[in-house]
Design a protein around this ligand. Structure first.
Ligand SMILES: Cc1cc2nc3c(=O)[nH]c(=O)nc-3n(C[C@H](O)[C@H](O)[C@H](O)COP(=O)(O)OP(=O)(O)OC[C@H]3O[C@@H](n4cnc5c(N)ncnc54)[C@H](O)[C@@H]3O)c2cc1C
Length: 529
């Protein structure tokens, strides 16, 4: 059995290079963390603060230490679709864009090592929505403490990185939409606003403050922390209903059983956590049996409730080149609440200082030499999809059917149409208007609801926020995969902590919510010992 793709880069540093002999001295661990990504890094770091707690991290990718192409935030786009990306396709999307590729990082730190590190504490209404959906103890009041614990360097985009056109976007949006200018989105809850983001980065050298940089790099010499890099977990091992470890294939091709005395912590992300469960026979019994996978534990919710933040794009050619300074080329954004009955924003925009034409080019649009983009997205998308296997062969990528824009009342598509209209209003407003030569796509002639919807959906992209495929719910919710203590329903000795447990996506970018989930998981484990 093989990971979906493998890297020629050998792991480099001490922790990345523990030998087989060392491993023999640590055959059994207290905890085995599957996935050294965003949540997994937090949990491994917190657990190994206790010197007697031995933790193995099974990570499919290599180390990020000494890799400037990973550690330099502004180089994020260069990682998409490359060797460090699992690169998952979507299934045919009759109402959306079937060409979307879902980047998922194959490197220590997971997606926090190749994302844009926009750092939003989920809004109180996001957490309260979880609690109302059965996630007792995950309400806004209880969750606040975990934000304060985060080790990441979360700071506003630095003055030197604030590009003149992005500043003018902020001023124009403030004037055109009538929303407040926000300095420090995390300082208080908001329903609307425009401003520069907070980012998890070090402005002095543009270095990431990813989960691995903040939570693992300072502690790589802990003797009780064992990173097994370029090692792929392919089956969870159970003794009756108790998880005892995980079967892995190591970088040099050996197959091993890594055992957990206390617990297995599944942190492989919203795609790979359900995928590994399904290949381990944990999931909807009928689906597993149809593929010839022996059913170990019938759990119908695995892979259901797939969610995302879909976005569209509107691109302008600029009168000339744009100044080059930036943190990562999308440093400012806008939140709008169209429905005053909603507790939070219902439309969000990223402003890109580049012409983001990858999807429109498929429809025949040309990329201008100089340009900018606004990408309206749906913060609370109502469409729900599903992840499922198409083969018992674990090397075959799972099917990701997001069912984009299939919600009954067409809320998701209508949100993007509103977004394009608001984007145009902003573009007509000074001081942004003076920069813009022409609208490239969809083009000023596209104005009707139907044609805007058609355009918005056909060029739709993902904000790369898949979540919800191992949904957390009340202990008696038989469609939930984990209970509010993150324990897999009906099993012992195994929890899930990553974006897959989100009952719903927050209205904001989810990474901070994932890190806070990691902190909470670590605390639950400490509390139960
Ligand atoms: C391009 C991009 C940009 C984004 N930008 C932002 C942003 O600016 N702000 C924001 O809030 N969110 C952003 N996100 C989303 C955010 O990064 C993710 O939601 C979050 O990092 C997911 O964390 P996770 O712990 O669930 O999974 P991951 O961080 O993906 O961790 C999973 C880890 O498990 C490993 N793994 C998977 N399967 C196996 C296996 N079988 N065996 C061994 N190892 C395995 C992977 O290699 C990976 O390291 C972005 C995502 C992408 C892809």
């Amino acid at each position: 059995m093989r990971p979906p793709c493998r890297s020629p880069h050998a792991p480099r540093r001490r922790a990345a290079a523990r030998t087989a002999e060392e491993q023999l001295t640590m055959p059994e661990y207290d905890y085995v963390v599957i996935g050294g990504g965003t949540a997994g890094s937090v949990i491994a770091s917190r657990l190994t603060e206790h010197p007697d707690t031995r933790v193995a991290v099974i990570e499919g990718g290599p180390s990020d230490v000494d890799r400037p192409e990973v550690l330099t935030l502004r180089r994020w786009m260069g990682l998409l679709g490359g060797d460090l990306d699992y690169d998952y396709p979507t299934t045919e999307q009759p109402r959306g864009n079937s060409h979307i590729r879902h980047s998922r990082a194959r490197v220590l730190g997971g997606c926090s090592s190749h994302n844009t590190l926009i750092a939003f504490k989920p809004l109180p209404s996001d957490w309260d929505e979880w609690e109302a959906a059965g996630a007792a103890g995950w309400g806004a009041v209880q969750m606040e403490a975990y934000y304060a614990r985060l080790l990441n360097n979360v700071v506003p985009v630095h003055e030197k990185d604030r590009n003149a056109i992005a500043r003018d976007f902020v001023s124009a949006a403030e004037a055109a939409v009538g929303v407040p200018r926000v300095e420090g989105f995390n300082s208080r809850p908001f329903t609307e606003g425009v401003g520069f983001f907070d980012l998890a980065y070090h402005p002095e050298d543009n270095k990431r403050s990813s989960a691995s940089v903040a939570y693992l790099h300072p502690f790589l010499d802990r003797p009780n922390l064992h990173l097994m890099l370029e090692t792929w977990a392919y089956r969870i091992e159970l003794d009756g209903t108790r998880a005892t470890g995980v079967r892995v294939r190591t970088a040099d091709g050996r197959e091993e059983l890594v055992t957990a005395r206390r617990e297995v912590l599944l942190c492989a992300g919203a795609v790979d956590s359900p995928r590994l469960l399904l290949h381990s026979g944990i999931g909807p019994a009928g689906d597993l049996a149809a593929l010839g996978i022996p059913v170990v534990h019938d759990l119908p919710g695995v892979g259901e409730n797939l969610q995302d933040h879909p976005e569209s794009v509107i691109v302008w050619e600029t009168e000339g080149p744009i100044p080059d300074n930036s943190a990562m080329d999308s440093d400012a954004g806008l939140f709008v609440r169209r429905d005053p009955a909603r507790p939070g924003p219902d439309l969000m925009f990223h402003f890109y200082q580049i012409p983001f034409t990858d999807n429109p080019e498929r429809l025949g649009y040309r990329r201008p030499e100089h340009g900018v983009s606004m990408t309206p997205n749906v913060p609370k998308a109502r469409s729900r999809g599903r992840l499922y296997l198409t083969s018992a062969d674990p090397s075959v990528k799972p099917a990701l059917d997001f069912r984009y824009f299939t919600d009954e009342d067409d809320h998701d598509a209508r949100t993007l149409v509103d977004g394009i209209r608001i984007a145009r209003q902003i573009a007509r407003t000074e001081p942004l208007a003076g920069w813009l030569a022409r609208e490239v796509c969809p083009g000023p002639e596209v104005t009707g609801d139907e044609e805007l919807s058609e355009y918005a959906r056909r060029v739709a992209h993902t904000v790369y926020h898949p979540a919800g495929t191992c949904r957390m719910g009340a202990a008696d919710d038989d469609r939930a995969v984990v209970d509010p203590h993150l324990r897999i329903r009906g099993l012992d000795g195994i929890r899930i902590a990553d974006a897959s447990v989100f009952p719903t996506l927050p209205a904001v970018n989810p990474m901070i919510g994932v890190l806070m989930t990691g902190e909470r998981c670590a605390e639950l484990l400490r509390g139960e010992r």
